[in-house]
Design a binder for this molecule. Structure first.
Ligand code: DC
Length: 277
């Protein structure tokens, strides 16, 4: 009799708790019962079912690659370095002695060679026909000639198509480049445009080159960056510019960690809004 009474009491409370977890907690604001964002997870399980595309565009040496890579890691998303794609085709064209002004021949380079991109230990690894060219695509002659590939209309279209295929295959991506928010992913969930004043970008590029043993002067680096900015901005296809709905962040006085935190906060806010709709 007594045991029956206690079984009834326990059963009643189990039912109450079960109901609370199933129904009531589902209507609470997401952050209050899902993992906090800083645990490198998106806040809502429902949300993880959907695709997430985050674009980061910006000029050379604005820090977008480093930030995009770290953001992808924090979100458990795949990272796409679209600049590496342009660089890889540029390198293959240089090696093949292709006339850089001949768009059809440049397109042939993309069609006839096998390009592979992967991220290993946070670094974008690039192979052409099975040969690792990760270091070679960063060479100054590749940087200087990439503008030819970047302004070849049909080639650009194909690269954008590849980027979209990548997004379709992966569930969540953080992609960085020049036209990701404007052309490749106009419907991206969150779009960023990173800037930094010219002097700071020159300083950052110099530090990067020095770390690799490069001895370019500040003037040389400044001139190269100015030329790239101009060619990226003036290009008829996929020019460098922020999307109308991009969040513009000036990183001049911010550390990498501060930029990543700021971006994470924006993603969190947008995700929450999206899930509340
Ligand atoms: O970001 P990066 O320096 O690795 O880019 C290499 C070149 O590719 C640079 O000339 C700009 C161009 N690019 C582009 O036109 N569109 C992109 N989405 C990414 C890079």
């Amino acid at each position: 009799m007594v045991i029956g009474y206690w079984l009834l009491v326990i059963g009643y409370w189990l039912l109450v708790i079960g109901y609370w977890r199933l129904v009531i907690s589902d209507s609470l604001p997401v952050t209050s019962y899902h993992l906090p964002f800083t645990s490198y997870q998106l806040p809502v399980t429902k949300f993880e079912m959907a695709n997430l595309v985050i674009t980061i565009d910006g000029p050379a040496a604005s820090g977008k690659s480093t930030v995009a890579r770290l953001l992808a890691k924090r979100l458990g998303a795949s990272f796409l370095d679209t600049g590496a794609m342009y660089r890889a085709v540029t390198l293959a064209a240089i090696k093949g002695g292709v006339d850089m002004s001949d768009e059809e021949k440049l397109l042939g380079v993309l069609d006839n060679r096998k390009f592979q991109f992967a991220v290993r230990e946070g670094k974008t690894v690039v192979c052409i026909d099975g040969v690792d060219v990760t270091e070679q695509i960063r060479r100054p002659e590749v940087t200087a000639n990439a503008r030819h590939i970047a302004s070849a209309v049909k080639l650009r279209e194909k690269l954008v198509e590849m980027q979209r295929q990548f997004a379709a295959r992966e569930k969540k991506i953080v992609t960085e480049g020049r036209d990701q928010g404007t052309v490749a992913f106009p419907d991206a969930d969150v779009k960023f445009f990173l800037t930094a004043d010219a002097r700071e970008r020159v300083r950052r590029r110099q530090a990067e080159l020095r770390a690799k043993g490069g001895g370019e002067s500040l003037e040389q680096i400044e001139k190269a960056i100015e030329e790239r900015d101009k060619s990226d901005e003036d290009r008829a296809v996929g020019p460098l510019r922020p999307a109308d709905d991009a969040i513009v962040i000036d990183t001049t006085d911010l550390s990498i960690e501060e930029v990543v935190e700021r971006l994470l906060r924006c993603v969190e806010e947008k995700c929450l809004k999206r899930n509340q709709k």
